[in-house]
Write a protein that binds this ligand. Structure first.
Ligand code: SF4
Length: 464
């Protein structure tokens, strides 16, 4: 069957022309049926990027699982050992009891070592049965060879949105076939300098793509300090960002075109989460929730009309917010918006191609504040060309905006970001990091100064 240009198994009844919400599918059976690929969020995953004890569902893995859930077998169970709070021992026992042919994990720059530890351990413990380790996620997408080098236990990596080929990947694993030749996949044994394509769900592919399968996850345990209620889940309603901020790899990873489910489909899914899972809080993890302002407006109005009663927070561009949108967001339950201001220095904003000027950003932040939405404002410190003066301007901007929360982050040269592509910030070996300790110490001093000058007068509590 050819569907949106993707060859899929005829047994895959998910990618049909009509979107089948995951709740219409039979729940996967558990226990006796052998899993083909266990999708694992290992213990300690969330600690790799947050110090607050936050716990998030493994949304990407759930998205993969959803594409084969209709087959009726427990082909690709999602095991959120981190969310469950399981020990290594419990996790290991649980996975081995499923006798999977493969384990899949999502790798970020912070979880490479963790994924390698689990890949190696599971392979060792599964013996004499062979077990394949397949890695995906942002780091595998942007730096597939680097991930294969850092993670010797990995047999293959998948670049981009693996849901595009996941049903076929499961078929191949089921038949013990090699993954080589599958779109987006780089097997360890594969020779040659060429990288496989970065997979993307086409814009027209969303109506037939089921929402992530959160069915068996410990939804009641998900939490982060930005949430005001629980249970909380994360929700990715659109992917992609048309902007090109120099430090950000997101448009490279998820594309410059905004793609996503239709407003009514999103509202249906939110309604299901509220009614069936008791969800009260949503963290929208779209890169820019306001990327298409009229869509955001319609979504907010729909949330009010359907009386979903959710509280939620999101990422937005302050320059896209007008008074009408700010009011609609607040009325729909939005209590906090994360806004990247990045720098208070106009030249720095130009250098990183922020695509917005300071007065516009300040006005958007003020409108959100006036609508009763808390602003969590982010700055990036240590960008190329940063000086004491540019840092001072960022502090001055923070003091003018007086956001309820504030975050100064160290610039990390991300693979795939425009600055790294232009040659800034990576060592010859390709490792993220500064060229010398001096630069790093300087950034630490700047960060300490930013926080010390922006704390203590009733605003600027940090987000973690
Ligand atoms: S920082 Fe935000 S607005 Fe800028 S490119 Fe990244 S996702 Fe887009």
């Amino acid at each position: 069957v050819q569907c949106h240009g993707v060859s899929v198994s005829s047994r895959n009844d998910v990618m049909s022309k009509t979107r089948m919400p995951h709740y219409r599918f039979p729940r996967p059976s558990t226990g006796a049926v052998r899993a083909v690929i266990a999708l694992l969020q290992p213990p300690g995953s969330c600690k790799a990027f947050t110090r607050s004890g936050s716990s998030y569902p493994p949304l990407g893995l759930c998205q993969l699982a959803a594409t084969v859930q209709g087959r009726g077998n427990n082909l690709s169970p999602v095991i959120d050992a981190d969310g469950e709070g399981w020990s290594d021992e419990t996790t290991l026992k649980h996975i081995l009891s499923m006798r999977p042919k493969a384990v899949g994990m999502s790798v970020t720059s912070g979880t490479k070592q963790l994924c390698e530890r689990w890949g190696a351990m599971l392979k060792r413990e599964a013996q004499p049965s062979p077990l394949r380790v397949v890695l995906g996620g942002p780091e595998a997408s942007m730096d597939p060879r680097g991930v294969l080098t850092s993670c010797p236990s990995a047999d293959a990596v998948v670049r981009g949105e693996a849901e595009v080929i996941f049903p076929e990947l499961v078929d191949r694993l089921l038949e013990d076939m090699p993954l080589q030749g599958l779109r987006g996949v780089l097997e360890r044994s594969q020779e040659g300098p060429e990288l496989p394509e970065l997979l993307r769900v086409p814009k027209g592919g969303f109506p037939s793509l089921p929402f992530p399968a959160l069915n068996d996850l410990p939804v009641h345990r998900y939490w982060c300090p930005d949430a005001v209620r629980s249970p909380m889940v994360t929700f990715h309603s659109t992917r992609g960002c048309p902007f090109k901020c120099g430090f950000c790899a997101s448009p490279e990873l998820l594309g410059k075109k905004v793609r996503g489910w239709g407003v009514e489909d999103v509202l249906d899914e939110l309604e299901w989460l509220v009614q069936e899972k008791g969800v009260k809080e949503v963290s929208f993890v779209d890169d820019v929730f306001t990327a298409i302002p009229r869509r955001t407006q319609a979504l907010c109005e729909g949330m009010v009309q359907r009386e979903l009663g959710l509280s939620w927070f999101c990422n937005a561009r302050a320059d896209q917010v007008n008074a009408r949108l700010a009011d609609a967001m607040a009325a729909a339950g939005c209590h906090q918006v994360y806004i990247g201001m990045e720098s208070g220095d106009p030249e720095m904003l130009k250098f990183i191609s922020k695509g917005a000027k300071l007065p516009t950003l300040e006005r958007g932040a003020a409108l959100l504040g006036a609508a009763g939405v808390k602003r969590s404002v982010g700055f990036v410190i240590g960008l190329p060309g940063e000086t004491d003066e540019t840092v001072s301007r960022s502090i001055e901007l923070a003091k003018r905006v007086k956001p309820e929360r504030i975050q100064f982050s160290r610039w990390t040269p991300l693979a795939g970001s425009p600055l790294v592509k232009a040659g800034y910030g990576r060592t010859e070996g390709g490792d993220a990091g500064f060229h010398d300790r001096l630069a790093e110490d300087q950034v630490s001093r700047w960060l300490a100064r930013c926080y010390s000058e922006c704390w203590g007068d009733g605003w600027g509590k940090t987000s973690v």
